[in-house]
Design a protein around this ligand. Structure first.
Ligand code: UFG
Length: 331
Protein backbone atom coordinates (compact mmCIF):
# COMPACT_ATOMS: atom_id res chain seq x y z
CA UNK A 1 0.00 0.00 0.00
CA UNK A 2 1.02 3.64 -0.42
CA UNK A 3 1.34 5.25 2.99
CA UNK A 4 2.06 8.82 4.04
CA UNK A 5 3.80 8.89 7.43
CA UNK A 6 3.67 12.25 9.19
CA UNK A 7 6.38 12.64 11.81
CA UNK A 8 8.36 9.83 10.20
CA UNK A 9 11.67 11.29 11.41
CA UNK A 10 10.60 10.87 15.02
CA UNK A 11 11.02 7.93 17.38
CA UNK A 12 7.90 5.85 16.68
CA UNK A 13 7.29 7.20 13.16
CA UNK A 14 10.78 6.25 11.97
CA UNK A 15 10.50 2.69 13.28
CA UNK A 16 7.06 2.26 11.73
CA UNK A 17 8.40 3.58 8.41
CA UNK A 18 11.21 1.02 8.51
CA UNK A 19 8.80 -1.82 9.26
CA UNK A 20 6.31 -0.74 6.58
CA UNK A 21 9.13 -0.75 4.02
CA UNK A 22 10.38 -4.14 5.25
CA UNK A 23 6.89 -5.50 4.64
CA UNK A 24 6.72 -4.19 1.08
CA UNK A 25 4.73 -0.97 1.49
CA UNK A 26 5.60 2.26 -0.30
CA UNK A 27 6.25 5.08 2.18
CA UNK A 28 6.43 8.85 1.93
CA UNK A 29 7.61 10.60 5.09
CA UNK A 30 6.47 14.15 5.85
CA UNK A 31 8.35 15.78 8.74
CA UNK A 32 9.38 19.38 9.47
CA UNK A 33 12.50 18.17 11.31
CA UNK A 34 12.04 20.56 14.20
CA UNK A 35 12.27 17.61 16.57
CA UNK A 36 12.85 14.69 14.23
CA UNK A 37 16.15 13.42 12.89
CA UNK A 38 16.91 13.26 9.15
CA UNK A 39 19.23 10.28 9.81
CA UNK A 40 16.26 8.34 11.20
CA UNK A 41 14.36 8.46 7.91
CA UNK A 42 14.81 5.20 6.03
CA UNK A 43 16.56 5.86 2.70
CA UNK A 44 14.01 3.69 0.91
CA UNK A 45 11.23 6.17 1.76
CA UNK A 46 10.44 9.35 -0.17
CA UNK A 47 11.06 12.28 2.12
CA UNK A 48 9.31 15.64 2.17
CA UNK A 49 10.48 18.25 4.65
CA UNK A 50 7.44 20.23 5.65
CA UNK A 51 4.60 20.86 8.02
CA UNK A 52 1.18 19.21 8.21
CA UNK A 53 -0.22 22.71 8.75
CA UNK A 54 0.95 23.72 5.27
CA UNK A 55 -2.18 23.24 3.14
CA UNK A 56 -0.39 24.05 -0.12
CA UNK A 57 2.29 21.46 0.52
CA UNK A 58 -0.34 18.85 1.44
CA UNK A 59 -2.29 19.59 -1.72
CA UNK A 60 0.87 19.13 -3.80
CA UNK A 61 1.78 15.92 -1.95
CA UNK A 62 -1.67 14.36 -2.34
CA UNK A 63 -1.97 15.36 -6.01
CA UNK A 64 1.32 13.61 -6.87
CA UNK A 65 0.48 10.22 -5.41
CA UNK A 66 -2.74 8.46 -4.47
CA UNK A 67 -2.16 7.33 -0.90
CA UNK A 68 -4.13 4.44 0.60
CA UNK A 69 -3.65 5.69 4.16
CA UNK A 70 -1.98 8.25 6.37
CA UNK A 71 -0.18 7.25 9.58
CA UNK A 72 -0.23 10.38 11.67
CA UNK A 73 2.59 10.57 14.24
CA UNK A 74 3.48 14.26 13.97
CA UNK A 75 2.66 15.91 17.30
CA UNK A 76 4.04 17.70 20.31
CA UNK A 77 4.29 15.24 23.17
CA UNK A 78 5.77 16.67 26.38
CA UNK A 79 3.26 16.76 29.21
CA UNK A 80 4.88 19.57 31.29
CA UNK A 81 5.36 21.72 28.17
CA UNK A 82 1.70 21.22 27.31
CA UNK A 83 0.75 22.66 30.70
CA UNK A 84 2.97 25.72 30.37
CA UNK A 85 2.19 26.28 26.67
CA UNK A 86 -1.23 24.80 25.81
CA UNK A 87 -1.49 27.01 22.72
CA UNK A 88 1.37 25.09 21.09
CA UNK A 89 -0.37 21.78 21.80
CA UNK A 90 -3.76 22.85 20.47
CA UNK A 91 -2.08 24.28 17.36
CA UNK A 92 0.18 21.32 16.62
CA UNK A 93 -2.03 18.47 17.77
CA UNK A 94 -5.48 19.77 16.84
CA UNK A 95 -5.37 22.68 14.36
CA UNK A 96 -2.52 21.26 12.26
CA UNK A 97 -4.16 17.83 12.44
CA UNK A 98 -7.37 19.34 11.09
CA UNK A 99 -5.44 20.81 8.19
CA UNK A 100 -4.19 17.30 7.41
CA UNK A 101 -7.74 15.89 7.65
CA UNK A 102 -9.10 18.57 5.33
CA UNK A 103 -6.45 17.79 2.74
CA UNK A 104 -7.23 14.09 3.08
CA UNK A 105 -10.91 14.81 2.60
CA UNK A 106 -10.35 16.92 -0.49
CA UNK A 107 -8.18 14.20 -2.00
CA UNK A 108 -10.33 11.26 -0.90
CA UNK A 109 -7.63 9.56 1.17
CA UNK A 110 -9.75 6.87 2.82
CA UNK A 111 -7.89 5.99 6.03
CA UNK A 112 -5.93 7.48 8.92
CA UNK A 113 -4.09 5.71 11.73
CA UNK A 114 -3.60 8.12 14.58
CA UNK A 115 -1.02 8.08 17.40
CA UNK A 116 -3.17 8.50 20.47
CA UNK A 117 -2.06 7.98 24.05
CA UNK A 118 -3.00 6.45 27.37
CA UNK A 119 -2.87 10.09 28.53
CA UNK A 120 -6.52 10.38 27.43
CA UNK A 121 -7.53 8.27 30.46
CA UNK A 122 -6.03 10.65 33.02
CA UNK A 123 -5.73 9.03 36.39
CA UNK A 124 -8.02 5.97 36.48
CA UNK A 125 -8.35 4.00 39.69
CA UNK A 126 -9.11 0.63 38.17
CA UNK A 127 -6.36 -1.31 36.40
CA UNK A 128 -5.91 -2.57 33.76
CA UNK A 129 -7.33 0.16 31.55
CA UNK A 130 -9.69 -0.93 28.77
CA UNK A 131 -10.84 1.18 25.84
CA UNK A 132 -14.08 1.74 27.75
CA UNK A 133 -12.35 3.22 30.81
CA UNK A 134 -13.59 6.75 31.34
CA UNK A 135 -11.59 9.31 29.36
CA UNK A 136 -10.55 12.10 31.63
CA UNK A 137 -7.27 13.71 30.55
CA UNK A 138 -5.50 15.77 33.20
CA UNK A 139 -3.28 17.93 30.97
CA UNK A 140 -3.45 19.69 27.59
CA UNK A 141 -1.37 16.98 25.87
CA UNK A 142 -3.93 14.33 26.82
CA UNK A 143 -6.80 16.70 26.02
CA UNK A 144 -5.50 17.34 22.51
CA UNK A 145 -5.16 13.61 21.82
CA UNK A 146 -8.71 13.01 23.02
CA UNK A 147 -10.00 16.03 21.06
CA UNK A 148 -8.46 14.66 17.88
CA UNK A 149 -9.94 11.20 18.48
CA UNK A 150 -13.35 12.88 18.71
CA UNK A 151 -12.75 14.85 15.52
CA UNK A 152 -11.92 11.56 13.82
CA UNK A 153 -15.14 10.01 15.08
CA UNK A 154 -17.27 12.81 13.61
CA UNK A 155 -15.32 13.01 10.34
CA UNK A 156 -15.75 9.28 10.03
CA UNK A 157 -19.50 9.50 10.55
CA UNK A 158 -20.00 12.45 8.23
CA UNK A 159 -17.45 11.83 5.49
CA UNK A 160 -16.81 8.08 5.62
CA UNK A 161 -13.19 8.42 6.68
CA UNK A 162 -11.85 5.23 8.32
CA UNK A 163 -9.88 6.21 11.42
CA UNK A 164 -8.03 3.99 13.87
CA UNK A 165 -6.66 5.54 17.06
CA UNK A 166 -3.85 3.59 18.74
CA UNK A 167 -3.56 4.51 22.39
CA UNK A 168 0.07 3.82 23.26
CA UNK A 169 1.15 3.21 26.80
CA UNK A 170 4.89 3.77 27.38
CA UNK A 171 6.79 3.36 24.11
CA UNK A 172 10.32 2.10 24.72
CA UNK A 173 13.21 0.14 23.23
CA UNK A 174 15.10 0.41 19.95
CA UNK A 175 15.84 -1.42 16.72
CA UNK A 176 19.38 -1.96 15.48
CA UNK A 177 19.33 1.35 13.57
CA UNK A 178 16.70 3.45 15.31
CA UNK A 179 16.39 4.61 18.88
CA UNK A 180 14.95 7.23 21.20
CA UNK A 181 16.54 10.70 21.04
CA UNK A 182 14.66 13.67 22.43
CA UNK A 183 15.95 17.09 23.36
CA UNK A 184 15.25 17.56 26.20
CA UNK A 185 14.98 13.89 27.20
CA UNK A 186 12.24 13.46 29.78
CA UNK A 187 11.50 9.73 29.51
CA UNK A 188 12.55 7.27 32.15
CA UNK A 189 14.37 4.50 30.24
CA UNK A 190 16.63 6.79 28.14
CA UNK A 191 17.51 8.76 31.26
CA UNK A 192 18.32 5.63 33.27
CA UNK A 193 20.53 4.44 30.41
CA UNK A 194 22.24 7.82 30.18
CA UNK A 195 23.05 7.56 33.87
CA UNK A 196 24.42 4.05 33.25
CA UNK A 197 26.63 5.46 30.50
CA UNK A 198 27.83 8.27 32.79
CA UNK A 199 26.12 11.01 30.74
CA UNK A 200 23.96 11.91 33.75
CA UNK A 201 25.27 11.99 37.34
CA UNK A 202 22.17 10.12 38.60
CA UNK A 203 18.59 9.22 37.76
CA UNK A 204 16.02 11.37 39.43
CA UNK A 205 13.14 9.33 40.85
CA UNK A 206 10.16 11.65 40.75
CA UNK A 207 8.37 10.71 43.94
CA UNK A 208 8.56 7.62 46.15
CA UNK A 209 5.35 8.18 48.09
CA UNK A 210 2.79 7.05 45.52
CA UNK A 211 0.14 4.47 46.44
CA UNK A 212 2.05 1.70 44.60
CA UNK A 213 3.92 -1.35 46.02
CA UNK A 214 7.30 0.44 46.27
CA UNK A 215 6.02 4.03 46.26
CA UNK A 216 7.23 4.83 42.72
CA UNK A 217 5.03 5.17 39.61
CA UNK A 218 4.06 2.08 37.66
CA UNK A 219 3.96 2.07 33.85
CA UNK A 220 3.34 -0.43 31.05
CA UNK A 221 6.38 -0.34 28.74
CA UNK A 222 5.86 -1.52 25.17
CA UNK A 223 8.51 -2.14 22.52
CA UNK A 224 8.33 0.24 19.56
CA UNK A 225 8.51 -2.70 17.13
CA UNK A 226 5.27 -4.01 18.65
CA UNK A 227 3.72 -0.57 18.24
CA UNK A 228 4.89 -0.47 14.61
CA UNK A 229 3.42 -3.91 13.94
CA UNK A 230 0.06 -2.80 15.38
CA UNK A 231 0.00 0.08 12.89
CA UNK A 232 0.62 -2.27 10.00
CA UNK A 233 -2.13 -4.64 11.14
CA UNK A 234 -4.66 -1.81 11.31
CA UNK A 235 -4.22 -1.17 7.58
CA UNK A 236 -6.61 -4.04 6.89
CA UNK A 237 -9.38 -2.56 9.06
CA UNK A 238 -12.35 -0.99 7.32
CA UNK A 239 -13.90 0.68 10.33
CA UNK A 240 -13.35 3.51 12.78
CA UNK A 241 -12.21 2.39 16.19
CA UNK A 242 -9.59 2.73 18.94
CA UNK A 243 -7.21 0.23 20.53
CA UNK A 244 -5.02 0.24 23.62
CA UNK A 245 -1.43 -0.82 23.06
CA UNK A 246 0.48 -2.13 26.03
CA UNK A 247 1.80 -5.41 27.44
CA UNK A 248 -0.55 -5.59 30.39
CA UNK A 249 2.29 -5.60 32.94
CA UNK A 250 3.26 -2.66 35.10
CA UNK A 251 6.80 -1.91 36.29
CA UNK A 252 7.69 0.70 38.86
CA UNK A 253 10.41 3.31 38.36
CA UNK A 254 12.55 1.38 40.86
CA UNK A 255 11.98 -1.89 38.98
CA UNK A 256 13.02 -0.22 35.72
CA UNK A 257 16.23 0.99 37.38
CA UNK A 258 16.94 -2.45 38.90
CA UNK A 259 16.32 -4.20 35.57
CA UNK A 260 18.62 -1.71 33.83
CA UNK A 261 21.34 -2.39 36.42
CA UNK A 262 21.07 -6.10 35.60
CA UNK A 263 21.16 -5.48 31.83
CA UNK A 264 24.09 -3.04 31.96
CA UNK A 265 25.86 -4.68 34.94
CA UNK A 266 26.37 -1.20 36.36
CA UNK A 267 25.20 0.30 39.65
CA UNK A 268 23.12 3.34 38.72
CA UNK A 269 23.12 6.31 41.12
CA UNK A 270 19.65 7.62 41.97
CA UNK A 271 18.21 10.63 43.72
CA UNK A 272 14.71 10.91 45.14
CA UNK A 273 13.14 14.12 43.83
CA UNK A 274 9.68 15.63 44.29
CA UNK A 275 6.77 14.23 42.31
CA UNK A 276 6.52 15.42 38.72
CA UNK A 277 3.35 17.36 38.06
CA UNK A 278 0.49 15.35 36.62
CA UNK A 279 2.04 11.85 36.89
CA UNK A 280 -0.65 9.21 37.52
CA UNK A 281 0.52 6.55 40.04
CA UNK A 282 -0.20 3.63 37.76
CA UNK A 283 -1.06 3.05 34.08
CA UNK A 284 -1.45 -0.53 32.85
CA UNK A 285 -3.14 -1.53 29.60
CA UNK A 286 -5.66 -4.15 28.78
CA UNK A 287 -4.91 -4.73 25.08
CA UNK A 288 -7.26 -7.66 24.52
CA UNK A 289 -9.32 -5.74 21.98
CA UNK A 290 -6.50 -5.48 19.43
CA UNK A 291 -5.43 -9.05 20.22
CA UNK A 292 -8.91 -10.38 19.49
CA UNK A 293 -9.80 -8.17 16.54
CA UNK A 294 -6.48 -8.00 14.71
CA UNK A 295 -4.46 -10.91 16.11
CA UNK A 296 -1.82 -8.52 17.48
CA UNK A 297 0.58 -10.12 19.96
CA UNK A 298 3.55 -8.32 21.45
CA UNK A 299 6.72 -10.02 20.20
CA UNK A 300 8.98 -8.27 22.73
CA UNK A 301 6.99 -8.05 25.96
CA UNK A 302 9.87 -8.60 28.45
CA UNK A 303 11.10 -5.42 30.12
CA UNK A 304 14.64 -6.81 30.15
CA UNK A 305 14.57 -7.29 26.37
CA UNK A 306 13.13 -3.81 25.83
CA UNK A 307 15.88 -2.23 27.93
CA UNK A 308 18.58 -4.41 26.34
CA UNK A 309 17.58 -3.17 22.87
CA UNK A 310 17.71 0.47 24.02
CA UNK A 311 21.06 -0.11 25.78
CA UNK A 312 22.62 -1.64 22.66
CA UNK A 313 21.41 1.30 20.59
CA UNK A 314 22.75 3.86 23.05
CA UNK A 315 26.13 2.17 23.19
CA UNK A 316 26.33 2.36 19.41
CA UNK A 317 24.97 5.95 19.35
CA UNK A 318 26.24 7.57 22.57
CA UNK A 319 25.60 11.03 21.14
CA UNK A 320 22.29 10.11 19.51
CA UNK A 321 22.09 10.44 15.74
CA UNK A 322 25.41 11.34 14.14
CA UNK A 323 24.72 14.89 13.00
CA UNK A 324 22.77 17.58 14.74
CA UNK A 325 19.11 17.80 13.79
CA UNK A 326 18.62 20.51 11.20
CA UNK A 327 16.42 23.11 12.81
CA UNK A 328 14.45 24.49 9.90
CA UNK A 329 11.24 26.34 9.60
CA UNK A 330 8.37 24.62 7.93
CA UNK A 331 7.60 25.51 4.33
N1 UFG B 1 10.46 9.31 35.70
C1 UFG B 1 11.44 9.45 36.69
N2 UFG B 1 12.62 9.98 36.33
C2 UFG B 1 12.91 10.42 35.07
C3 UFG B 1 11.91 10.27 34.07
C4 UFG B 1 10.70 9.73 34.44
O1 UFG B 1 11.23 9.09 37.84
O2 UFG B 1 14.03 10.90 34.81
C5 UFG B 1 9.20 8.68 36.06
C6 UFG B 1 7.99 9.55 35.76
O3 UFG B 1 7.73 10.40 36.83
C7 UFG B 1 6.92 8.50 35.51
C8 UFG B 1 7.69 7.31 34.91
O4 UFG B 1 9.05 7.53 35.26
O5 UFG B 1 6.37 8.10 36.70
C9 UFG B 1 7.57 7.24 33.42
O6 UFG B 1 7.88 8.51 32.89
P1 UFG B 1 8.08 8.81 31.34
O7 UFG B 1 8.36 10.26 31.20
O8 UFG B 1 9.05 7.85 30.76
O9 UFG B 1 6.68 8.46 30.71
P2 UFG B 1 5.24 9.01 31.11
O10 UFG B 1 4.53 7.87 31.74
O11 UFG B 1 5.27 10.29 31.84
O12 UFG B 1 4.74 9.44 29.69
C10 UFG B 1 4.09 8.58 28.84
C11 UFG B 1 4.23 9.11 27.43
C12 UFG B 1 3.51 10.42 27.30
C13 UFG B 1 2.11 10.28 27.79
C14 UFG B 1 2.11 9.78 29.22
C15 UFG B 1 0.72 9.57 29.76
O13 UFG B 1 5.60 9.25 27.12
O14 UFG B 1 3.51 10.78 25.95
O15 UFG B 1 2.76 8.54 29.24
O16 UFG B 1 0.71 9.71 31.14
F1 UFG B 1 1.47 11.47 27.81
Amino acid sequence: MKILVTGGAGYIGSVTTQELLNQGHEVTVLDHLKEGHPEAVDKRADFIQGDIADATLLKKTFSKKSFDAVMHFAASCLVPESVSNPSLYYQNNVTAGLCLLEAMRENQIPKIIFSSSCAIYGNPEKMPITEETHRSPTHPYGETKWAFENILKWYSQAYGLKAVSLRYFNAAGATEKLGEVHDPETHLIPNVLKAALGHLPHVEIYGNDYPTPDGTCVRDYIHILDIAQAHILTLKLEQTTAFNLGNGHGYSVKEVIQTTERVCRIKIPTKISPRRWGDPPSLIANSQKIEKELGWRPRYPALEGIITSAWKWLQNHPEGYSTKTQKTEAH
